[in-house]
Structure formats: structure tokens, C-alpha cells
Write a protein that binds this ligand. Sequence first.
Ligand SMILES: [Zn+2]
Length: 119
Amino acid sequence: MSNGPYGQLACGCGAVTLLVCGAPLGHARDAEDEPVSLWPEEAIQLGQGADELAVVPDARCLAAWQCRRCGERLLYADDEAGVAVLADSAEEGDEAGLALTTSQQRWLAALGYRVDVGP
Ligand SMILES: [Zn+2]
């Protein structure tokens, strides 16, 4: 695994982009059974669109990073847990490793995420 940029995420209208570096902590499914990937907060950087980015509390008291133009939510984060939750881009998923701490896993479970612990 390289240390280079892992990928870039953009909202629906393209105004806000995020750069994601390194490797995910793990993968999970949300309450709607959609795949998500779990990242250390420091792995996420704002690429462009600082003026369009709004950080708003969601119903679960997470900080949602939302585009002011298209309303798309790019990630959910919690400072205390130090975890950012992103929609999973599907084609990855072969990195098995689960690097979440027990307290992070408990935090995710309390929010309704089901962590994939792999085979
Ligand atoms: Zn947008």
C-alpha cells in the first residue's frame, strides 16, 4: 500500500472535492445496508470547495460534511472517535485488515453500522 493519495471524492455537482490518503480502517454497512468505508479523520483532506462545504450535525450527532449547492453529504465524522465514514466506492474491498479499535467498533455499532470483520 502506498502513501500516495488513495482517491478523490466529489459531490454531485462537483463543487466540493475531498482527498483521501492512506488505507481505510475497515468497511461496514449502514442502517440501509449500503456499504461504507471507515477512515481515520486525518486521512481526509478538503481538495476544493471550502466555501461550498457546510459541516452540519446530523440526527445521530455526527458532523456531516455537506455541499451547500447540491446538498450531497460526502462524509460523516466524529472528533471523539476520530473516524470518518464515507460511502464505499465498491470496487475496493480486498484490503481485509480491520484496524478499528474496540471503542471505535462500539461507537459504530451504537450508530447502527455493522462492521465487516471479514472471513
Ligand atoms: Zn455539490
